[in-house]
Ligand binder design. Structure first.
Ligand code: FRU
Length: 474
């Protein structure tokens, strides 16, 4: 039995969240027989991390999700200490889950198979141990992601060097998805890029090979890399013959407090989309006292623009809108609230004119006396967008910042969902995801001008419907 949820004050309306107990990384994101499946690292028995299972949700439209039974539980010698992260792959009508078996002796990759996408059969005879090699750590060997290129299957696995100093990604090759040959160390940390690379993901988008990694051990550089671990990407090209990856710089995928271990998949109509864990290791999660811990980001579509990855909320989300408030050509010099623009949940879209407005603040989830608020701000001269949660309520405090170049216009697309805020800046050029835990009566949104007033070409606010089963609390 999963842990019971006893209070829903922080529980999201339209983001995938724990059905009771603890969740972390998304796993096995895929489209199988016309439905979208997302699995996740799950500890059903407490709101703390523990022996990992794979929880499971399914959706027909990528918006409305339903819970399915637990797909994998730690039952075998090789996964006794947990069914760790991994990916899914469809072949000959069957769905394969390729995951890490964590056991007392270390980590191996293993496979489970399903004909209906709900019930999974493990294959204890298929165990992929860490490859022998001077430079490969024997115990940190996890989080496989499988894809197909021409007529072969490939798998990347997170790893580190034996001296524990550098994160790296191992590449494997297979003809049949069952027997795997180690190809090479495909990429390795250079400089301040961490001592362990977790959760690799891979996609070819418009001819470019994108490798996503979640490195541990990147050191803070001024106000960058302030979270304990990071998630980011490289753009480059895989040389499948040699098994190496030539790539550009490491770039973050999200600049907020809470984003980790994203998984990507392709939609039926060919878009590459991504879901991340909207939390961060060791952050305070007050929902823990309510019988659950952890949630996912919205699905985000990945594009490559000007040599960088942009991520935007998928267009299907528009179907969740239940009412719209719209204001145009605003210019004001003192803090303003707008009728119908408030709430614990909702979607806010702003087109801001930055020709005269060079600095502004927006307070989300604000109490009537303004003592409780989550402060977003932009300073054009400093070219910095910030989120500050010192007065957000329960949970952790602090500030995160994100570089946004000065321009004449800025577009903000913000999703609020009870204990989460996702901010998309300039059509997904930058994104900031953060958990916040305000009181339920802190619902105002306040627009605060600085010098030059606040000029907003267009302000839209949408109320959004329920898309996730809501826990019943009695
Ligand atoms: C990343 C991670 C993975 C591992 C999983 C265990 O958050 O540490 O590397 O497979 O979580 O739950």
């Amino acid at each position: 039995m999963a842990l019971r949820i006893v209070d829903t004050k922080y529980y999201p309306k339209y983001h995938i969240a724990s059905p009771g107990g603890w969740i972390n990384d998304p796993n096995g994101f895929c489209c199988y027989k016309g439905k979208y499946h997302l699995f996740y690292q799950y500890h059903p028995h407490s709101a703390e991390w523990g022996p990992m299972h794979w929880g499971h949700v399914v959706s027909e439209d990528l918006i409305h999700w339903n819970h399915l039974p637990i797909a994998l539980a730690p039952t075998e010698d090789y996964d006794r200490e947990g069914c760790f992260s991994g990916s899914a792959f469809e072949k000959d009508g069957k769905l394969y889950l390729i995951y890490t078996g964590n056991n007392r002796d270390g980590q191996v990759q293993s496979i489970a198979e399903s004909e209906d996408g709900v019930h999974f059969q493990k294959h204890p005879e298929i165990i992929i141990p860490p490859p022998e090699g001077e430079q490969i750590h024997r115990r940190d060997f996890r989080d496989p992601k499988v894809w197909q290129n021409d007529d072969k299957y490939y798998m990347v696995v997170g790893s580190r060097t034996e001296d524990e100093l550098l994160g790296q990604i191992l590449l494997f090759e297979s003809e049949d998805l069952i027997s795997w040959k180690f190809k090479n160390i495909m990429a390795r940390a250079e400089g301040n890029q961490g001592f362990m690379w977790e959760c690799p993901n891979f996609a070819n988008i418009e001819g470019r090979d994108i490798l996503i990694i979640s490195p541990q051990g990147i050191k803070r550089e001024r106000n960058k890399y302030m979270n304990v671990f990071q998630s980011g990407y490289f753009i480059g090209k895989v040389d499948y013959e040699k098994g190496i990856y030539i790539h550009g710089d490491f770039e973050l995928l999200d600049y907020g407090f809470d984003f980790y271990a994203p998984q990507i998949t392709e939609t039926a109509d060919g878009r590459t989309i991504m879901i991340g864990w909207a939390d961060m290791w060791y952050n305070i999660m007050p929902e823990h006292d309510d019988g659950w811990a952890g949630m996912m980001t919205l699905p985000r579509e990945i594009h490559v623009k000007n040599g960088k990855v942009f991520t935007t909320p998928i267009k299907e989300l528009q179907k969740l809108r239940t009412s719209e408030k719209s204001y145009n050509d605003l210019k004001f010099y003192k803090p303003m609230k707008f009728d119908g623009v408030s709430g614990k949940t909702g979607e806010l879209i702003l087109d801001i004119d930055l020709t005269e407005t060079t600095e502004f603040e927006i307070y989300l989830r604000t109490s009537k006396d303004k003592t409780q608020k989550t402060v977003l701000s932009y300073n054009k001269a400093l070219e910095l967008f910030k989120i500050n949660r010192n007065e957000s309520g329960a949970g952790g405090d602090g500030e995160r910042e994100c570089p946004v170049s000065a321009a004449d216009k800025m577009k903000l697309h913000i999703f609020l969902d009870r204990s989460l805020v996702e901010i998309f800046i300039n059509d997904g050029e930058k994104v900031m995801t953060s958990r916040i835990y305000p009181r339920t009566d802190s619902t105002d949104i306040v627009f605060v001008p600085k010098e030059g007033g606040f000029k907003i070409d267009s302000l839209k606010f949408y109320e959004l419907g329920v898309a996730i089963p809501q826990p019943v609390v009695d």
